[in-house]
Design a protein around this ligand. Structure first.
Ligand code: DAH
Length: 328
């Protein structure tokens, strides 16, 4: 019977004298082919003791890899059958395709960058939220009719546990942050939100928002107006943007406003909800509302991207349609 040593020796010897591709192919079949010598050795392993099987098996496998490598190298040396190299140096190169960020991630990063440059910090919070942070602490007790505005995915609670939900907005992170920090501060909170509602061109059950919160001793709405206008100007690349406030109602702010913006000569576009943080919200976070005041706002990230890139339907972001994704 052939031994592995014997096979190695003769294979390497033959390899040295082989003269052309055909000879090389014959050699490959003889040693590495399905009915080849080495395969024979590997097949016979099953009759050996476990110890022998291990040493012999690993040696045979190493040899197999090495011989394959040498044969490959030799094939390259020989080139194509007509003796000419098989590398066509005139052939155009392949452009490797690289992954890149989805338009929404890119937009979120732009937003982060602009607010970081205005000395805001970026904070995140959980997508699975408790009823307390999502509603009660934001001055939305269970009986409050305004809760109707947030169509909610409730999660089946653990026995005796607190009610949980997929957060319908990023506002709960206001409370989480204030519980652990003292003013003055200014933060934004980008993140994913969920609502149980029918989808259309401007609504989806899954979307992104970012929350803003700035608190100090005398932070006011005029400060807010300056900051949103600066933000719009940066985000829309230096186009002159005007903002206006319209009175509105959100339980977690007083007064509450709706913020519209317009480009020079354009129509007003509704952009976000905002206002001065409600005293009850400060109380829920264990601040004394007589000590501090500040503004808060919440804006949709898709909405910003839709205006900037002229996208007609929010569902396109989540369609996975490459014709859409590859444009950005
Ligand atoms: N959380 C609100 C929503 O999702 C948006 C919002 C409005 C956030 C007013 C705020 C605010 O911080 O002050 O509809």
């Amino acid at each position: 019977m052939l031994t592995i040593e014997g096979i190695e020796k003769s294979a390497y010897k033959e390899l040295e004298t082989v003269k052309d591709r055909d000879g090389l192919e014959a050699l490959r079949v003889k040693y590495l082919g399905r009915k080849g010598d080495l395969t024979g050795v590997l097949r016979s392993l099953k009759d050996l003791s476990e110890k022998e099987r291990k040493t012999l098996g690993s040696r045979a496998n190493k040899f197999k890899d090495k011989l394959q490598e040498k044969i490959d190298a030799k094939f390259l040396e020989f080139g194509e059958g007509d003796g000419v190299s098989n590398i066509d140096i005139t052939r155009p190169g392949h452009k490797p395709s690289r992954g890149y960020l989805h338009l929404l991630s890119k937009t979120e990063q732009e937003i982060r960058k602009i607010f970081l440059s205005m000395n805001f910090s970026v904070v995140e919070g959980p997508e699975l939220e408790t009823e307390f942070y999502a509603f009660n602490a934001l001055n939305l007790p269970e009986w409050h009719p305004a809760r109707e505005a947030w169509d909610t995915f409730w999660i089946k609670p653990k026995k005796g546990g607190e009610r949980m939900l997929l957060r319908p907005h990023t506002s709960p992170v206001q409370i989480r942050y204030m519980e652990e920090h003292q003013p003055p501060f200014q933060i934004i909170v980008p993140g994913r939100c969920f609502r149980y509602e029918a989808t259309d061109a401007t609504h989806d059950t899954n979307f992104y928002q970012f929350e803003g919160l700035m608190v100090g001793r005398d932070v006011n709405l005029a400060n807010f107006k300056y900051i949103v206008e600066k933000f719009f100007e940066e985000f829309f690349k230096g186009q002159k943007v005007e903002a206006r406030f319209r009175p509105s109602h959100f339980p977690f702010v007083e007064p509450g406003v709706e913020v519209d913006m317009r480009f020079k000569g354009g129509d007003w576009l509704e952009m976000m909800g905002a206002g001065m943080v409600h005293p009850k919200v400060f109380e829920a976070a264990h601040y004394d509302p007589r000590d501090f005041q500040g503004f808060a706002f919440g804006m949709g990230i898709e909405r910003l991207a839709m205006i900037k890139y002229k996208i007609p339907d929010i569902r396109m972001f989540y369609s996975g349609d490459l014709r859409f994704i590859k444009q950005f």
